[in-house]
Design a binder for this molecule. Sequence first.
Ligand SMILES: Nc1ncnc2c1ncn2[C@@H]1O[C@H](COP(=O)(O)OP(=O)(O)O)[C@@H](O)[C@H]1O
Ligand SMILES: [Mg+2]
Length: 268
Amino acid sequence: MIASPKPKKIKVAGYRGLISPIVDHKSFLDFLKVAFKNNFTELTPISERPERQVMYFTWEGKGYFIKRYLSRGLRSYLKYKLGISKASLSFKTPGYLAKFSVNTPKPMLILSKHYRLFELEEIYISQEIPTAISLRQFVYENIYSGRFSRKQRLDFFRSFARFLANIHRAGVYHGDFRADNIYLENTLEKDYPLYLIDLDAIKTIRWISREMRVKNLDEIGRNFKDLDKISFRDRARVVVYYLKFYKGEKKPLKVFLKEICDRTRSKL
Ligand SMILES: Nc1ncnc2c1ncn2[C@@H]1O[C@H](COP(=O)(O)OP(=O)(O)O)[C@@H](O)[C@H]1O
Ligand SMILES: [Mg+2]
């Protein structure tokens, strides 16, 4: 595993934060200053909610995603002060996950600006994962379409199960574990490099309860409920592989599987 270079402190356009040496270049910062001045209007919008926007831009041939959070109130201000705001979590989590061989987009920059009392703007920039597509798209293209052979399907399920088991073993819980927040390289290799994105929904805790593990497995299975090509048998296989990699589950497979299915049924 290659260690990411250490971020440096930075002040730019009235913001302060941390920058990765990868983008610590005058032309990158000049580009950002212009973007700030124009209120990001020249960047490609990806998604928008009242409290945050996601945008895309390219610099020197590489793509970057920028997530801008606006918050107000004592609660979010305290989280920011404690270093656990959504932007801070997004910036810190990749380093922690890398220790467990869980891939994420590389964090490039985090900035914050304090306005009136308890009013904050935070900016988080991550590098685009080159050649990756979302798990949703991957499943549609390779499994739903019937393109994958049985062996390819099983290899993929095994990679996915190992990825989720690793995350849980690391004490990481993604509260929004959906097929749009998982990316992977669209290769036909045996081991699929999977990536976790949207890291502000992550909690790092010492012990992921069975309830949480069941929830993640149910959620991801429910994402593909409309695809009758992912049969109950295939879903069960993912769970079998998952338990093999997770190791610490005390309940037998049958009971664990039933808990997942019961949850799925109650949510549909
Ligand atoms: N580093 C990244 N690499 C590739 N795609 C990304 C990256 N960051 C964001 N995206 C894309 O932008 C979308 C929205 O970003 P995300 O962090 O998931 O925010 P949201 O809270 O809107 O779900 C993602 O679903 C994904 O398509
Ligand atoms: Mg998302």
